[in-house]
Design a protein around this ligand. Structure first.
Ligand SMILES: *Cc1c(COP(=O)(O)O)cnc(C)c1O
Length: 373
């Protein structure tokens, strides 16, 4: 099998919120071909379904379903499968990913309203409660847990509480939080939680997954507006046929994801990974502040996942140039996505460690020399 192949080194670390830097062992797990409907492969899928469910909650009333495509496909599948024709979705947004959920509803011709808190403020549970009270037709509420646009960690538990108190269904985009931040979907009140392979679990991109309260998922038969994004059908096939996907599945990606789950466990689970991400973030922010950079958000709103910084004030600064200088030194950062002010972002997730953050700070310092020159 080994026909002289050896791993080329990564030319740079991805300090981005997915795809992100993965371990060599995760990549190596892809060096085998699997049959999409063979029992060996389906067993692997069933293990993964059990493990992602357990990662999201200890409540036995939950199940999970894997779906081809990136994270957005999972969000679109959850929204367009869960909300019935006579229902309405309230989207609570404070960034691009929240607004994307509203756009998904609009394209799917699902009645939806948008409660937008702007990009720099946290959602207020009281306002969500009164919105639900004023609009009895609202059946579902959607929120992004960690809003990757700014790196803000939203108060999912407090929002979940008002949604559940009002007896509505809660959809949580936990794309960039599951695996990197400890929480329990049932305790938060999330009925549908969406995440993907290539974020904090540190797999490679290619599929998303939804962890759902079984009793809610069961109600969604026939509601989906699309065949390939019918979450209920996909789930039913996986349940009845022991891990079979309806259409060709990203077999190599799924195998790599299994390895990523093993490595998450070996690291010490979500608690240990969360501690590493926090430490990465702490070193990054302290070092950047020492170099004169300012984070976009105050500390109490920041997540351990990604940090947005204001552009530096030097006239010679231009993101493209800064980006290229850092890339030459082995680090790929992320452009800003905030509309009101110019920012750039640096992710602290993936197979990156405190020593990488320290090396990055040296590279930033050197790059700024050229930016200033
Ligand atoms: C990454 C991400 C998504 C999904 O984006 P894709 O490009 O489709 O993978 C959705 N929501 C949040 C909060 C994210 O961070």
């Amino acid at each position: 099998m080994n026909d002289g192949f050896s791993f080329p080194p990564n030319p740079y670390l991805l300090l981005t919120p997915g795809p992100l830097t993965t371990t060599a062992t995760v990549k190596a797990a892809m060096l085998r071909d699997w049959c999409t409907w063979d029992e060996d492969y389906n067993r692997l899928v069933e293990e993964i379904r059990r493990e992602v469910t357990a990662l999201a909650t200890s409540d036995p009333g939950y199940t999970s379903v894997l779906l081809q495509g990136s994270g957005t496909f999972g969000v679109e599948a959850a929204v367009t499968t869960a909300v019935p024709e006579e229902g309405e979705l309230l989207v609570v947004a404070n960034g691009a990913y929240g607004r994307r959920i509203h756009e998904i509803a609009r394209r799917g011709r699902i009645p939806a309203s948008l409660l937008d808190f702007g990009e720099l403020a946290a959602p207020e549970p009281e306002r969500i409660a009164s919105e639900i009270k004023r609009h009895p037709r609202i059946s579902h509420v959607a929120l992004v847990h960690c809003e990757t646009t700014t790196g803000m960690l939203n108060p999912a538990g407090a929002v979940g509480r008002v949604v559940k108190d009002a007896g509505r269904v809660f959809i949580l985009d936990a794309m960039s939080s599951l695996g990197g931040i400890p929480f329990d979907a049932a305790a938060i009140g999330a009925d549908f939680l969406v995440s993907s392979a290539n974020k904090c679990i540190q797999g490679v991109p290619g599929f998303s997954f939804v962890v759902a309260r079984r009793s809610e998922l069961e109600k969604t038969r026939g509601r989906a507006r699309s065949l390939s994004l019918d979450l209920h059908d996909q789930w039913e096939t996986m349940e009845k046929q022991g891990g079979k996907w309806r259409f060709t599945s990203p077999t190599h990606v799924v195998r790599a994801f299994r390895q990523a789950l093993v490595e998450l466990e070996a690291e010490g689970g979500v608690t240990a990974r969360h501690a590493r991400y926090r430490e990465n973030g702490r070193i990054l922010v302290e070092g950047m502040e020492a170099l004169g950079f300012r984070p976009l958000l105050p500390a109490f709103l920041r997540s351990p996942i990604i940090t947005a910084f204001h552009r530096p004030e030097h006239e010679g600064y231009e993101f493209g140039r800064f980006y290229r200088l850092l890339k030459e030194k082995g680090f790929v950062i992320y452009p800003g996505k905030v509309t009101e002010t110019e920012t750039f972002r640096i992710g602290h997730i993936g197979d990156v460690h405190p020593q990488d953050m320290r090396r990055l700070l040296q590279a930033v310092e050197k790059s700024m020399y050229w930016v200033r020159a």
